[in-house]
Design a protein around this ligand. Sequence first.
Ligand code: PLP
Length: 387
Amino acid sequence: MSLAHRSTILSPSLTLGIDSKAKAMKAEGLDVCSFAAGEPDFDTPDHIKQACIAAINAGMTKYTPSAGIPELRQAISAKFKADNDLDYPASQIIVSNGAKHSCLNAILACVGEGDEVIIPAPYWLSYPEMVRIAGGEPIIVQTSEENGWKMTADEFQDAMSPRTKMVILNSPGNPTGAVYTKEELEELGEVALSEDILILSDEIYEKLTYDDVKHVSIASLSKELYNLTITVNGFSKAYAMTGWRLGYLGAPEHIAKAIDAIQSHSTSGCTSFAQKGALAALTGDQSPLEDMRSEFDIRRQYMVDRLSKIPKVTLVVPQGAFYVLANISGFGLTSTNFADKLLSKHHVAIVPGIAFGDDRTVRLSYATSLDVINKGLDRFEAFCKEL
Ligand SMILES: Cc1ncc(COP(=O)(O)O)c(C=O)c1O
């Protein structure tokens, strides 16, 4: 029995794979320093957990409307207005099982067989696979360190063809930590508007920016851009809620309706009581978020400082998310070779850039304690000296 074509063209998530390998080595008793994590190492704030527990105790254990409970969609609508200057009424908001699911839903609703989707690299590794699941073709635009790992309007323009349907923007970005400025988004927006290209704007790391950098939502820049954009966000990174599997999107009405139809026939919506936790996250005390962000910032500066001093390693200082992307091409190894050797010889787990479409780089996550960062970087440095 042969499998459907779509399942034969996908590769398993390399980041999740490396994380499991590091965990397995730890379970064997090895002292592994892991920089592979894609999730905050903080616990979900207590008031969020309590709201969820209260919901279970109150018997909120049944199906909810597939697009999400009305009070959560309302709170997301208010959040979009307050934080992003975006007018998405609750009816245009769909709550899904993580921002990953929101992205997939958006792509399934908009991208068809043979459509091209422009993705700047280094990219979050699921985007090209999602496009392939939908029958589309990912068109990768290689960005450069010189431009801060950001796609320029010219690069975007050059990648367009009559089949271009969508562009995916991710700011703050994983794995680069790059944050697009308002002016850069305006320039990209002009290119998208010239050919009515849909924009999937993944803003999951919105709350994690540093150096007074301001996150801007491209959909807020004009009515025309609003009409072309699907804005994705979620609870995983901002509120340390990765295991809750809750994300959301705001979209023009006809797109939101199409996504709701897809979701109603696939997951029937999200876990009922988890949505009450998400509501508490948005409406409750925001100070745990700021505490987490400040801690990330300390680690970011430490990691950047140490990596910058290693001969042959170059990097762009990340302004968002919780990753540093280091260029290790000066050592003459592929990113996979570099990462494999570092893990087996020095027990340090990192993600090879090939997973993100850039074999010159490796990604180090600082979503781990300063102690681990310190020890891991000592080993990283020793490894680089040996090469
Ligand atoms: C850029 C980006 N978008 C979306 C996600 C998925 O987040 P969620 O846990 O909400 O599905 C991730 C997670 O690593 C990410 O890095």
